[in-house]
Each structure stands twice: as C-alpha cells, then as structure tokens.
Write a protein that binds this ligand. Structure first.
Ligand code: ZN
Length: 233
C-alpha cells in the first residue's frame, strides 16, 4: 500500500482534556473524527469554524467520543457509526470491558461504574456502516478508507488516510506514551487489530487520547502487547 509522506502540520487535530478529535478534508465538505465531551464543546466548536463539517465519524460509541454527536447533528452534520456499536450508545455496560493489564484492574472497575452513570445525549446515526463498507468514505469525497479495529469495543473502527491511521482507542497516547488501550471488550480481538495496524504500518497513529505519534515510536509497544497471553477473550 502506498502512503504519502505526511508532515506533522497536515494532521488537523484538536486536543483538550486528554481527548483528541481530528478533521479530514474532503472534496465536498469535511469530516470530524470523534466529538469530545461537554467541557470541550465550546473550544472545539470554535476550532471547527475553520472547516465545513458535513460528516462526523465516531471511532466507537463510548461517551468520551460520541458525547457531542447529537449537537453536531443538530448543526447539520451526518453521523457515521459502526453497526456493531449501535447498541453501545448510552449503554456502556452492553459491551463490558476488561483490563488489558493487571495494573488497570481498578481503573476498569471505575470505568464500568462511571460508564453506567454518564450517558451521551441521545442520537441516531445517519449511517450505520458494516465491516464491508471500507470504501464508504471515498463515496463521500474523502481520500480515506475505514479500517475495522475491534477489541476496545466490537464496533471500533479507524480511518486510514494519506499515511495517517486515525485509530480511536485501538491504540492510545493517553498517558503521554505509546500504549495499548487500558480496557477492551475482547483483548484477543484487540491483539488482532494491533496486527492489522502492524501490517498497515502507517506513518502516523492519530489516537483518540493524546497527541499523534509516529508509528515507529509506537511499534515496540505494539510488538510487546502481542506477546501477552490473555486467559480470557
Ligand atoms: Zn473508548
């Protein structure tokens, strides 16, 4: 697969409160990847004035990614979400996550408690796409392909565009270093998706938390994670 070389400035991102959203520019309008939380709405909306957002791609249906989907929709954007996360909207426990490492056990309990309490404002996606719809974004005017990356949730998806893999929570920089996500509905599916990321070998990983990272900086963390033997799936 050929990848254009991307300079740092070409990744359009908005990062606040450990959440990072991205914009892809398209031939007929732009696409926002993930939507942040209540506290990021105002500054994000200001940032979005630089763009003509017609589409919103949700990497998965966790509240810290889809919270502002309803607002974006009210402002005229169309929402795209994997059909496999349709029932996860406002229902975190529908796909109960497990810690991907022992030291995330307590964090995982807290996630399940807060996930049961905090529910995003209701929205219905305009398009629920399936794993066979990898070319959907091309039909909407984007030089981009949808990459299913299940594991963190069943419907988790990334976007590969011009050497950048926008990967949601399939990989993370949340602690300021390249790392696997602390939680996964299926650690084994997560590992499969890490293999997919390895085979794609993008120039950049643009994660849902933390700043974009060069793939070469993340490769070791991915290789290490693939050596873990999970007793559960
Ligand atoms: Zn998540």
């Amino acid at each position: 697969m050929a990848h254009a070389v991307i300079r740092e400035g070409k990744i359009n991102f908005f990062a606040a409160s450990d959440l990072t959203c991205y914009v892809l520019r398209g031939s007929g309008g732009d696409l926002l990847i993930d939507t942040g939380m209540p506290q990021t709405w105002k500054p994000m909306r200001q940032w979005l004035q630089n763009y003509n957002i017609r589409w919103v791609f949700l990497t998965h249906a966790h509240a810290d990614h889809d919270w502002n989907a309803a607002k974006m929709q009210q402002n005229g954007a169309k929402i795209l979400l994997s059909v496999l996360d349709k029932d996860l909207r406002r229902n975190f426990l529908r796909q109960r996550v497990m810690p991907t490492s022992k030291h995330y056990a307590l964090r995982n309990v807290m996630q399940c408690v807060s996930g049961g309490i905090f529910k995003s404002p209701p929205y219905e996606a305009d398009i629920y796409f399936g794993n066979e719809d990898s070319g959907l974004l091309r039909t909407l005017g984007f030089d981009a392909e949808i990459i299913p990356l299940p594991g963190h949730t069943y419907g988790s998806c990334g976007i590969l565009s011009r050497g950048v893999l926008y990967c949601g929570d399939a990989f993370t920089m949340i602690f300021g270093r390249p790392e696997i996500p602390p939680h996964a509905v299926s650690p084994q599916l997560m590992q499969n998706s890490l293999r997919v990321i390895e085979s794609l070998h993008p120039d950049w990983l643009a994660c849902g938390h933390g700043l974009p990272v060069r793939y070469d900086r993340a490769a070791q963390a991915i290789a290490d994670a693939l050596t873990i033997k999970y007793e559960y799936n």
